[in-house]
Write a protein that binds this ligand. Structure first.
Ligand code: NAD
Length: 466
């Protein structure tokens, strides 16, 4: 689906007009390109005193061949970084010209609210030195894991800072906060890679919790899903098609599922990826058994993506029981029935992934979407309640909550509401299906064993429910 305003705003005449009239100027977002470095520019690394994650962060930055600079307290970082084999280049904060692609700040050493000034000290001098589509990643300690209330308070405060700079830095820059639990230091790589890369183009203002895991993997980062089997529901078009494509790009064999009426499109999508086709309605009484039998015959599933979903928008007073029931059944109850069957029959393999597609409507609610908002909030409930249960089996469950994504679903929205949904976010544009797919691929990675029970919005930091 095309955004004509964005095309115009990026033309020479459009740039002039939008600047003079103060109109939104949606930049063309950097997106994944295998021929480019993961971080296409310099990284500035900073930390509060007594930071606990410099060495694991440095290890990741070394693995991705980043060009890393350090300013404030550089000598302290240098020791920890050199232990990880990373050499830091020095940067003077008096240099107001040099531009960075990413700022990474380790805030784990902050123990009370007075020490939060360290965040100001690092970011204030360089706040104008991030390039277009730049990245801010702050790492903190999971507040729930802090035994001292003062430390928990200060760590929790980082959320407000992160979400604010996500809105303030503009130029399609993103800002995220990764809370790292004690003993989860070895689990940060997949998340740091995702949030520093172009793959998180439309994700901003998010808070992710990384927990400890015994799972250690050695993967080929260019094909992280090699040898894995994934099932994607609703894969014949839109977001589901993009998810199937990205998981296949990352090396997975993808089973593409959709309703029988969509079988021609399903064949086209699966055919292009070397995937398989499973045409069935997920609400059918025998769907859980059919999916179980089919996937068992394929050697089990490593990844299931519950993407199929529908809307039937009406105000509650005008909503029929059919509109209510259809949405609840497709978007939530059928997912529960399928999960129950897959777990009862041990279809999900070790280090498996259950990934759900919620919506910001499930977080903020929406006029005319009491059925849809309820079903998508239920998806979040399912993720949060099942995460501790599945963790014990070495399986993770997470959700994405897309905002306005350019698909047939959003193309059907009346013009004025569509324009509002599209522009009212930090990127001034809708996301692409691939943006949702990239977040799902991050969850799906075998290296994301510590990412469990998270709900990450893919919404360009939409003001709706922000
Ligand atoms: P879409 O309508 O383009 O695709 C949905 C797919 O699900 C279709 O191919 C459809 O045939 C399939 N499907 C529907 N009912 C099914 C059933 N009973 N059995 C099997 N397959 C079924 O929608 P989309 O925009 O690609 O949305 C994909 C997911 O993302 C949905 O869960 C949706 O709620 C969610 N989402 C979308 C947006 C957005 O802006 N597009 C925003 C938030 C959440």
């Amino acid at each position: 689906m095309s955004d004509r305003y964005q095309l115009f705003a990026n033309s020479p005449a459009g740039r002039l007009l939008t600047r003079n009239l103060g109109l939104p100027a949606p930049l063309v977002l950097d997106r994944f390109d295998a021929s480019k470095p993961l971080v296409n520019g310099a990284v500035l690394l900073g930390a509060a005193p007594n930071a606990e994650l410099i060495a694991p962060i440095a290890k990741v930055l070394k693995n991705i061949h980043a060009d890393v600079y350090a300013g404030h307290s550089a000598s302290i970082h240098q020791i920890a970084a050199s232990d990880a084999g990373l050499s830091l280049r020095s940067f003077s904060s008096d240099d107001r010209i040099f531009k960075f692609k990413a700022f990474v700040f380790d805030a784990t050493g902050i123990k009370n609210s007075e020490q939060l000034v360290e965040v100001y000290n690092f970011f204030h001098p360089i706040a104008r030195q991030l390039v277009n589509c730049g990245r801010v990643v702050i790492l903190g300690r999971t507040p729930e894991s802090c035994t001292d209330p003062k430390q928990a308070t200060a760590q929790r405060a980082l959320e407000g800072f992160t979400r604010s700079v996500g809105k303030e830095f503009k130029k399609a820059c993103t800002a995220q906060l990764i809370y790292v639990a004690p003993n989860a230091e070895d689990q940060i790589e997949s998340s740091l890679r995702f949030f520093l890369s172009a793959q998180s183009a439309y994700v901003s203002g998010q808070v992710v919790r990384v927990s400890a895991s015994e799972t250690q993997v050695n993967i080929d980062w260019s094909k992280p899903l090699a040898g894995k089997t994934a099932l994607v529901t609703g894969a014949s078009r839109g977001i589901g098609e993009a998810i199937a494509e990205v998981l296949a790009r990352d090396g997975a064999h993808v089973i593409c599922l959709d309703i029988p009426a969509q079988e021609a499109d399903l064949q086209r999508v699966a055919g292009a990826l070397g995937g398989s086709v499973l045409a069935l309605d997920i609400t059918a009484a025998d769907a859980p058994q059919q999916i179980t039998d089919y996937c068992k015959a394929k050697g089990g599933l490593d990844i299931i993506v519950h993407n199929a979903g529908v809307t039937r928008d009406k105000t509650l007073a005008n909503m029929t029981p059919q509109q209510w029931g259809l949405v609840m059944n497709i978007n939530l109850s059928s997912e529960e029935r399928i999960n129950d069957a897959l777990f009862a029959n041990n279809v999900i393999n070790a280090n498996g992934r259950v990934i759900c597609v919620s919506s910001i409507s499930g977080i903020a609610g929406n006029l005319g979407q009491s059925n849809y908002g309820m079903s998508k909030a239920g998806v979040i409930g399912m993720v949060q309640s099942m995460a501790p249960i599945l963790k014990a089996q070495g399986i993770t469950i997470n959700a994405v909550a897309p905002g306005f994504i350019e698909t047939q679903m959003t193309a059907a929205i009346p013009f004025a509401i569509r324009e509002a949904g599209r522009r009212m976010n930090s990127m001034s544009q809708g996301g692409q299906p691939v943006d949702v797919a990239e977040a799902i691929a991050w969850y799906a990675s075998p290296a994301s064993a510590g990412v469990n029970g998270n709900v990450v919005r893919v919404c360009g930091q939409s003001l709706i429910g922000a």
